[in-house]
Design a protein around this ligand. Structure first.
Ligand code: NPQ
Ligand code: MG
Length: 392
């Protein structure tokens, strides 16, 4: 149980067969409106690898969230391009007309590389949804048409600066603030923001920067009524997270520690926290993320949808996933203008006055790139050949 096959058994089964005739990969680059600093790195531009699948007179789009470097996750843009080009795309291109499940079965033998897998899966789902005239949210089992949005605030140069930046986001309507933190940039910042905004839902994200030796510092965060502490410890340490959770009253939320459905189940079994952040890219796709969502729902673990600075393509997919019933906490599904001046989609995602974003309702992802802005952002594009994998 718990596999991708099982996930598709209840989702996407009713979609019609389709054929992938041709495929392209494209690297786009968008400048960020302001630098984004985590405990690990500072980013000033976003690079995204896009998958474009043509079939049945339609085009399906997918976005890969792998970064240029492997500091958040083990994959990179280069490894994702390689795995997509050599194995994943050839397995679904130029084949007979077949079901979504059959297309996905053809790539299941590839071990690891969840971000590459997720990018292909997104494009297949977009195409299948368009062929079958069903929105992605509908296919996944969404129950909401609006998503309450939070915002992730990068590390600023001072606590006072952080308060100013938070104030700006709150005035736009964001419903929850997540503060990036690291050792030495935690208690003072949280204290200042909590004092300025006594009632705002507030969380922190350590992006793996702490160890159990920091438990006392993390325990001191308990007094600030945070909704959670996200990923304080190492990306592969479910055991230490379980130990830390016994010492905190604040819930631990896992992000980097959950690269699969099985990891979600292990975290639940070990009580390595109480909340999981769902990211399709990190988990091998929207269908595995939805399956993990179901396991969390069974276990009464709240879930929410994270973000990887996606363009409007990946942002649309995140919103569809966020429409699922157990995603009860505001996520990092912020508006396009939180990150980009010129998102590549026809209609960038805009924050509504009530702090929500609309879940797309058109078939598939429900968004498509705008040609001029897409061209301007494109660094390179290449056709990917159908046929047997490179190397036989
Ligand atoms: C997190 N996201 O929750 C991540 C961190 C992050 C919105 O806080 C490329 C690769 C871009 C990895 C952007 C947010 C990324 C990235 C953000 C990771 O931990
Ligand atoms: Mg995180």
């Amino acid at each position: 149980m718990g596999g991708v096959g099982e996930a598709i058994g209840v989702r996407g089964q009713a979609l019609p067969d389709f054929r992938v005739e041709a495929a392209r990969l494209r690297l786009v680059e968008l400048p960020l409106v302001s630098p984004f600093t985590t405990s690990v790195e500072t980013q000033t531009v976003k690079q995204a690898l896009l998958v474009e699948l043509a079939g049945d007179g339609l085009v399906g789009w997918g976005e890969c969230v792998a970064d240029p470097d492997p500091s958040y996750f083990g994959e990179t843009l280069v490894t994702a391009r390689h795995v997509l080009t050599a194995y994943l795309i050839p397995a679904v291109t130029g084949t007979a007309r077949r079901t979504l499940a059959a297309h996905l079965d053809a790539v299941r033998w590839v071990r690891g590389h969840p971000m590459a897998q997720a990018a292909l899966e997104m494009a297949l789902l977009d195409l299948a949804g368009q062929v079958g005239s069903r929105s992605l949210a509908d296919v996944l089992g969404g129950v909401r048409d609006q998503i309450a949005c939070g915002v992730s605030v990068g590390i600023q140069s001072s606590a006072a600066d952080t308060v100013r930046v938070v104030e700006g986001y709150l005035s736009q309507g964001y419903r929850r603030i997540k503060l990036k933190c690291r050792p030495g940039h935690d208690l003072d910042v949280v204290a200042a923001v909590r004092q300025a905004f006594p009632d705002t839902p507030l969380t922190v994200d350590g992006n793996t920067a702490y160890t159990l030796a920091d438990a006392e510092t993390l325990r001191r965060l308990d007094r600030y009524r945070l909704d959670m502490i996200e990923q304080p410890l190492a990306h592969d340490d479910l055991v230490d997270h379980a130990e830390l959770q016994t010492r905190l009253t604040t819930a631990i939320c896992l992000d980097e520690s959950i690269p699969s459905i099985a990891a979600a189940r292990a975290a639940i079994a070990l009580r390595s926290g109480r909340i999981i952040n769902l990211k399709p890219g990190r988990m091998g796709g929207l269908l595995p993320a939805a399956a993990a969502h179901d396991h969390c729902q069974q276990a009464s673990w709240p879930t929410w949808v994270g973000g990887m600075l996606e363009t409007g393509i990946g942002r649309a997919a995140n919103l569809a996933l966020a429409a699922l019933p157990n995603n009860t906490l505001p996520g990092d599904t912020s508006a396009s203008d939180r990150y980009f001046l010129d998102d590549i989609v026809e209609e960038p995602f805009r924050l509504q006055p009530d702090g929500t974003l609309q879940v797309p309702t058109a078939p598939g992802l429900g968004v498509r790139p705008e040609a001029t802005r897409l061209d301007r952002a494109t660094v390179w594009a290449e056709r990917v050949a159908a046929g047997p994998p490179i190397g036989g």
